[in-house]
Design a protein around this ligand. Structure first.
Ligand SMILES: Cc1ncc(COP(=O)(O)OP(=O)(O)O)c(N)n1
Ligand SMILES: Cc1nc(C(=O)O)sc1CCOP(=O)(O)O
Ligand SMILES: [Mg+2]
Length: 220
């Protein structure tokens, strides 16, 4: 994808269990506020399965398509292929990067990395972007690792990695700028948008922060 770096700016992730309001409404508001990429992450206790999961994925995908927001599926390669999603995101505990790349062809492939060695291997095996986290403590992902700030993002940039990167985990409007300053191309959030009183305002605030920080970096 030609504009992946820009598309990563405000990367909203959500499943049906992440919202207080109707998830369809939350996604529409988030799009109105200016999210640039969406990941369907339906997992954990109470998460939909089977046909219900499929139906929600299709509904989310149709909304994203209407607004030209790329639609990424978390973990579930079968689903991504079946509905012709724009891409998938996988972690170190999921199917190997190499196999997933072979299965999805030129769809977007995001990979979670936690060390420079994982980064080297993910890039070699076909990752298009890295998700790095948790940058800050998060309650959303129960099996998340210890939060380690922006250290790995900075290290990879210092080592010359130019691959698109998003920070994830506990990111809010208070700390988003520090993630971009560290070298990320965007911020990936669940709670900051899905639990906001106004997902539209929350998305818009994050978008402004990220764009401003990227713009000021280009002009130093
Ligand atoms: C953008 C982004 N970054 C990281 C993750 C986490 O992926 P993973 O480690 O596979 O954990 P789960 O999300 O599957 O619980 C992500 N989903 N998106
Ligand atoms: C899905 C996910 N992955 C993480 C990682 O560290 O890889 S942290 C996380 C949860 C992010 O949710 P919130 O914005 O609510 O903190
Ligand atoms: Mg995963």
């Amino acid at each position: 994808m030609k504009y992946l770096r820009e598309a990563l700016s405000v990367y909203f992730i959500m499943g049906s269990t992440n919202c207080r309001k109707n998830p369809i409404q939350v996604l529409k508001e988030a799009i109105a506020g200016g999210i640039t990429l969406f990941q369907f992450r339906e997992k954990g206790e109470g998460g939909l399965m089977g046909l219900e999961k499929y139906a929600l994925a299709k509904e989310f995908q149709a909304i994203c398509k209407k607004h030209q927001i790329p639609f990424i599926v978390n973990d579930d390669i079968e689903l991504a292929l079946e509905i012709e999603a724009d891409g998938v995101h996988i972690g170190q505990e999921d199917e190997p990067v190499k196999t997933v790349r072979e299965r999805i062809g030129d769809k977007i492939l995001g990979v979670s990395v936690h060390t420079t060695e994982e980064a080297r291997i993910a890039l070699r095996d076909g990752a298009d972007y890295f998700g790095i986290g948790p940058v800050f403590p998060t309650k959303t992902k129960l099996d998340a690792r210890q939060s380690r700030g922006t250290t790995l993002i900075q290290t990879l940039r210092m080592e010359g990695y130019t691959v698109p990167i998003v920070g994830i985990g506990g990111i809010t409007s208070e700390n988003a700028a520090s993630v971009i300053k560290a070298g990320a191309d965007g911020v990936s959030v669940i709670t900051a948008i899905s639990q906001a009183d106004s997902p539209m305002v929350a998305a818009s605030v994050l978008r402004n922060i990220v764009e401003e920080e990227k713009w000021s970096e280009q002009n130093v």
